[in-house]
Design a protein around this ligand. Structure first.
Ligand code: XMP
Length: 515
């Protein structure tokens, strides 16, 4: 069965939760895509969805220029679930009455279900705990609709069209603060839209392998691997499709973590017998980074140099026609959702130039996947947990964690401190529960005392954050014993460091990386 055969279309009205809706649907093993609310009825027709979800959004339906739907949208004979703004907009467009609230209602609420069927079936009799975040509310439902739930203060909490083609909820079933939200969404998918759970990573592999073979058509592929999970999974998947017509290039830029290059190479070679060219280009990178202190210049230098080295190596492979890349779905979505500021605040390198110059065509087998799906795909492909569960690591590597000039000596100092942080975090069983844990080397010398001697040495900052997607983050409340062990080990074992501090800033307003 085609894994894309039964799919859900999510129309995005700019909610911060739109991607979360998609992830919940995917977790229910149903394929879905996010598109802007104004993608047009022709597109919707050709997409041929089993059901449509209208996301929430920050606007009021009464605002001038507020996002709308074309009238004919309601002629599709496809079930629709309107969440928050999606429900209010529908109520307004179809002749109901929507009241503008003076202030935004935000937070937990209780809901009494009046009609325990369809999306509310199997939830039990107790009032539902739900998460509200809205300005407007539906005062009167349109003709042909009925109220299916009300909040404790009698606000319309949910409505449905009696022909079963529209369901609206005022609350957010996609967030964890609506404990039965997953069940409500699944009811919509399985009971209302009659979707089956076809979207699994096991079936994805078959389809992807087929697609890659067709696209590459006997040609040769190169893939840059960085040690990160995305590029590693891409490489393993492409390797499964084209075997040793894939060559991986691993550029050691000198600013990697301790033992990283060896580990990646070993895993891919030993477990998957892949062709890997490892290039030690650290000398070139350090030469260009000499005297550079500005974070953006560091990023650009490393990005450009990476492309140069990669190009030279790829150029040595005869008749290569394709470049495999680990682009993920969140980078592809053309959505109106709020995108965190980091995309533009810090420049990320890309290999776009390669495609033109070397006339390479792209192979991006992960373009449909979210990060958690990439991880389960990796597991399904038999990759070791150590690779799959790795924390994200930025392209410019340790260079943007050495504040000030990057020298081989400072790099070595940070590498040692960093490996102690990871060892201790892993030892305490905390690694998997956090988004990232790392050390930063500061250009600050302070006075200390070791034995009877005065010291005047460097400072290391520890950064441990929890986050869902890297867009926002909070610092981890590490147990004191763990911070204490990290601190004393770094000061005792890393020469040149006599002080350790812990970073207690959240994002925003700080960022995760220091540069
Ligand atoms: P910031 O520092 O912007 O980081 O809060 C958000 C997430 O992105 C990672 N990051 C990068 N990843 N290339 C990457 O591949 C980069 O240039 C880069 N800069 C930041 C960062 O580690 C965090 O997870």
């Amino acid at each position: 069965m085609d894994i894309h055969a039964q799919k859900i279309l999510i129309l995005d009205f700019g909610s911060q939760y739109t991607q979360l809706i998609a992830r919940r649907i995917r977790e229910a093993k149903v394929y879905c895509e996010i598109h802007p609310y104004n993608v047009g009825n022709d597109f919707i027709k050709s997409f041929n969805p089993r059901g449509i979800v209208l996301s929430g959004g920050p606007s009021s339906v009464h605002d001038r220029g507020a996002p709308r739907l074309e009238k004919e949208f309601f002629d599709f004979k496809v079930p629709v679930l309107g969440i928050c703004y999606g429900m209010q907009l529908t109520a307004k467009l179809l002749g109901g009455k929507v009241e503008r609230s003076k202030k935004r209602e935000y937070g937990p609420a209780t809901l009494n279900v009046l009609d325990p069927t369809d999306i509310f079936s199997g939830l039990g009799r107790a009032p539902l705990k739900v998460w509200m975040s809205h300005g407007d509310r539906v005062e009167k439902v349109p003709r042909g609709f009925k109220v299916t739930a009300r909040s404790a203060n009698s606000v319309v909490g949910a409505m449905k069209k009696t022909d079963g083609l529209f369901y609206g909820v005022q609350f957010h079933p996609e967030v964890v603060h609506t404990p039965k939200g997953t069940r409500i969404l699944r009811n919509f998918l399985y009971k209302v839209c009659k979707c089956r759970p076809l979207w699994t990573m096991r079936s994805f592999i078959e389809t992807a392998v087929d697609d890659i073979r067709k696209r590459v058509d006997g040609g040769k592929v190169v893939c840059g691997i960085s040690g990160g999970v995305d590029s590693a999974v891409t490489a393993v998947l492409v390797n499964r499709a084209v075997g040793d017509r894939l060559t991986c290039i691993f550029v050691d830029n000198g600013v990697l973590r301790k033992g990283e290059a060896d580990k990646v190479e070993k895993t891919l070679k030993k477990h998957f017998h892949m062709r890997i060219r490892r290039v030690d280009a650290s000398g070139r990178f350090f030469k260009r980074l000499k005297g550079v202190e500005d974070p953006e210049r560091k990023r650009k230098i490393i990005g450009n140099e990476f492309i140069r080295v990669f190009e030279e190596e790829a150029g040595k492979i005869k008749k290569v026609g394709f470049l495999a890349q680990g682009t993920l779905y969140p980078d592809v979505i053309e959505s109106v959702s709020f995108k965190g500021p980091s995309a533009t605040i810090k420049s990320h390198h890309n290999v776009g130039g390669l495609l033109k110059k070397m006339r390479l065509k792209l192979v991006e087998p992960l373009r449909e996947l979210f990060k958690d799906e990439v991880r389960s795909l990796g597991r399904e492909l038999g990759m070791p947990e150590e690779v799959i569960e790795r924390h994200p690591f930025p392209g410019p590597g340790l260079a943007i964690r050495i504040i000030g000039e990057v020298t081989p000596k400072r790099c070595e100092m940070l590498r040692k401190a960093d490996s102690i942080v990871l060892e201790e975090i892993k030892g305490a069983g905390l690694y998997r529960s956090m988004w990232q844990a790392f050390a930063v080397l500061l250009p600050v010398k302070t006075v200390g005392v070791m034995g009877d001697e005065r010291t005047y040495e460097n400072t290391v900052a520890i950064r441990c954050v929890e986050s869902v997607d890297g867009m926002t983050a909070d610092w981890v409340r590490l147990p004191y014993e763990v911070v204490s062990r990290i601190s004393s080990r770094i000061i005792n074992e890393v020469r040149g460091v006599n002080r350790v501090v812990y970073d207690i800033s959240s994002k925003p307003p700080s960022t995760i990386e220091w540069e």
